[in-house]
Design a protein around this ligand. Structure first.
Ligand SMILES: Cc1cc2nc3c(=O)[nH]c(=O)nc-3n(C[C@H](O)[C@H](O)[C@H](O)COP(=O)(O)O)c2cc1C
Length: 357
């Protein structure tokens, strides 16, 4: 199946993985903001390291640690291998997992195995289906939603908001009209919670307010400072058309690095949550540039229910060190908990973060 530029969706999905593994796709001159914070050291932790317990809850279920594997791939044969490995790791650590956009699986039955394999290898953890805002806005039917949920026996549906990605994508769909209206209808009709995420440009407090009012139960901020999807798509654009950027050089740098840093999103949404019980019930996922356990710990102290990571997890898988990498992040988290005197994740959420000068 080809789009108007002659690209197949399979080629696109392939190149996303390849560019994320080998290309320069990191924000330049803009960071997540986590480095601005440090925990206050507790010289009297009054716990033993062995007391530290990482389990917590997400959407009412107990999970092994406050970490999620972010939505990445599916929809072509090699994706089945990636998704199987991600599923095995999710099951091993008892952590939630999102799959990549399921658009092509709706359009073509032959791609479904690369998604359904996830549930086979992660029978007990929370798994989330995924679809883009442009699909929500224009053509998602009730039967499409049921097909996606059934393919994974999904615990929820993630909708990604990716305006900047679509803008840079050679074959991008930049019609974002009526997304909010359609989200409101979706949340009212679907039997599972709807999670809304960005893909690296972040979600502001005012966008979060609109999403909560539309019935969204979880917001994944997917902020700036990690992977830049503008950069991923700009690489594809210049390769495909063998020409320079469509944008002027002085503006290009700013556009490629567009977005709200992850820590800033968390601070802004934390303040929003204090406004009302309806707002405070919303669970927040911190993502965008998460690459170690101190990032996870700071995310929780900044109000997130859990943190999530995509590209660094993909890289670890590619390097044959998926479980080892996740285990090391959880060791980082245990270290912070011990040094702040937090035996549980609930206690860590209340520990003092100091803003560095
Ligand atoms: C190879 C790859 C494919 C991705 N595909 C999707 C997707 O289909 N749907 C989605 O919501 N996000 C997708 N993402 C975005 C991630 O879920 C995440 O929001 C983003 O990369 C920022 O997180 P990071 O800095 O940890 O990579 C993808 C990420 C990667 C690395």
């Amino acid at each position: 199946m080809s789009d108007s530029t002659g690209n197949t969706i399979v080629e696109r999905k392939h190149s996303h993985v390849e560019i994320c593994l080998h290309g320069d796709v990191v924000f330049n001159g803009k960071t997540t903001g986590f480095e601005r914070f440090g925990f206050e050291h507790n010289a009297l932790p009054e716990i033993a390291y062995s007391d530290v317990e990482l389990s917590t809850t997400f959407l009412g279920r107990t999970i092994g640690a406050p970490l999620m594997i972010s939505s990445m791939t599916g929809g072509y044969s090699e994706a089945a291998t990636l998704n199987r490995r991600l599923a095995e790791a999710a099951e091993h650590f008892n952590i939630p997992l999102g799959v990549g956009s399921m658009r092509q699986a709706l359009e073509n039955r032959s791609h479904r195995e690369s998604f359904s394999i996830v549930r086979k290898h992660a029978p007990t953890v929370q798994i989330f289906a995924n679809i883009g805002a442009p699909e929500i806005a224009t053509k998602l039917t009730e039967s499409d939603v049921n097909t996606m949920l059934e393919m994974l026996e999904a615990d929820g549906l993630i909708v990604h908001l990716n305006a900047a990605q679509e803008l840079f994508q050679p074959e991008g769909n930049t019609n974002f009209r009526h997304v909010l209206e359609q989200l409101t209808l979706l949340t009212a009709s679907i039997p599972v919670p709807v999670i809304v995420k960005e893909v690296g440009c972040g979600i502001s407090a005012s966008a979060a307010r609109q999403l909560i009012e539309a019935g969204v139960k979880v917001i994944d901020v997917a902020g700036a400072g990690g992977s830049s999807w503008q950069k991923v798509e700009e690489i594809r654009y210049t390769r495909q058309f063998k020409q320079d950027s469509r944008f002027s050089l002085p503006a290009l740098e700013e556009l490629l690095n567009w977005g709200i840093p992850t820590a800033q999103c968390l601070l802004d949404i934390r303040a929003l949550k204090q406004e009302s019980p309806e707002f405070s019930a919303i669970e927040i996922i911190a993502s965008g540039g998460i690459h170690c356990g101190t990032d996870i710990a700071k995310s929780l102290a900044l109000g997130a229910q859990l943190a999530a990571s995509a590209r660094h997890i993909l890289k670890a898988l590619h390097e044959g060190a998926l479980e080892e990498t996740i285990a090391s992040w959880l060791n980082d988290l245990r270290a912070v908990m011990f040094l702040t005197g937090a035996a549980t994740i609930a206690e860590l959420r209340h520990k003092t973060l100091i803003t560095k000068p």
